[in-house]
Design a protein around this ligand. Structure first.
Ligand SMILES: [Fe+2]
Length: 346
């Protein structure tokens, strides 16, 4: 018995054989019944009915000469109605040239001449199934690429949205992301972890959409209740993004980016071992850029003050390795925060 030809869902590949020779159909049905999920039709009209009731099929093999509609017309209709079905033509020598011309026009995958040995038909159907799988893979890849482009656009759009409400936040998430990624690379994060960190960096302050704009842009020290509302932004950001993907920790990183190693941060007051690595990286990058940026209540403090702040609180507020890497990036590697109007690198 031949092995079963499995499709992407683990079931047998579905094959439709069309020929007006009942004996030929019966012999192929016996030979291939264990290997493929085989359907047969004795005319093109019957094949169209089977297609509409039992389709879709991975492969259709059709005889050319049949009473009524011929196989060339049938496959041309199939190519319009079910373009993913791979089409094979079975023809006698006399009709070979007609079949080849039709095949070139109609995108037939392969032409087989009668009498066709069962092994050759079997081999051709297997190749057609592999071709169908290739087409499915290409389509999935294309869909995945489109999703990525779409996600990128949404991320950039949301990032711009939150920054548009706060003049002092302009470019902040972009700069934090570029510093966090440089740190992540030094820490040996995988490409997938870096991508997660990138999205979290670009959206880490998305929860500020719930903060009234005049709190964000007002000069002077904020009242306690105003501060409490601003301090809700990591939790709000988490709520906005928590349904994105259960296995994708973007929302968790955002929720924890103001947590501190000694438990003095917010919103949950988590201690070091409960804070995920992405949030530890982001916390350092965030505070460095924030201190280097102008704020409504103070001018930029400059990069030296920012580095002194993380160095002083290394291990107490900020992860030791993250601090060491950040300091090395600025002091030994010449790393610079991208500057934009309203924010300086010190
Ligand atoms: Fe924040």
């Amino acid at each position: 018995m031949e092995p079963m030809r499995a499709n992407a869902e683990g079931g047998k590949e579905r094959v439709l054989l069309v020929d007006d020779d009942q004996n030929l159909l019966e012999s192929f049905r016996r030979l291939f019944k264990d290997e493929f999920e085989l359907f047969t039709a004795e005319s093109a009209q019957e094949a169209l009915s089977v297609l509409s009731v039992c389709g879709p099929f991975t492969v259709i093999v059709s005889d050319v000469k049949m009473p009524g509609m011929d196989g060339i017309e049938l496959l041309s209709r199939v190519s319009r109605a079910a373009p993913d079905t791979v089409r094979l033509l079975l023809t006698g020598h006399a009709d070979l040239q007609i079949a080849m011309d039709a095949a070139n026009l109609g995108g037939v995958y392969r032409i087989l001449t009668k009498p066709c040995p069962p092994e050759l038909l079997r081999f051709s159907i297997i190749k057609a199934c592999e071709h169908a799988q290739l087409l499915r893979d290409q389509r999935e890849l294309f869909a995945l690429k489109r999703c990525k482009v779409l996600l990128e656009g949404i991320v950039q759009g949301f990032s711009a949205l939150v920054e548009a409400r706060d003049a002092y936040l302009a470019g902040h998430q972009q700069r934090v992301t570029s510093l966090a990624l440089a740190m992540g690379r030094e820490l040996g994060l995988t490409p997938s972890e870096l991508d997660t960190l990138r999205i979290a960096g670009l959206l880490h302050d998305i929860g500020k959409v719930y903060v009234p704009a005049d709190f964000l842009n007002r000069p002077g020290i904020l009242r306690q209740e105003e501060l409490s509302i601003i301090q809700m932004h990591p939790e709000v950001g988490y709520d906005i993004l928590k349904h994105l993907d259960q296995d994708w920790p973007v929302a968790v990183i955002i929720r924890q980016h103001h947590e501190r190693m000694d438990g003095s941060g917010y919103p949950q007051g988590l201690m070091d071992r409960f804070i995920v690595q992405g949030a530890r990286i982001l916390a350092v990058a965030d505070v460095v850029d924030a201190m280097c940026s102008h704020r409504p209540y103070r001018p930029s403090l400059g990069i030296n003050a920012a580095l002194a702040e993380i160095e002083k609180n290394r291990g107490r507020l900020y992860d030791e390795r993250c601090v060491d890497i950040c300091l090395a990036l600025f002091r030994e590697r010449g790393f610079k925060l991208e500057t934009t109007p309203g924010a300086t690198a010190g």
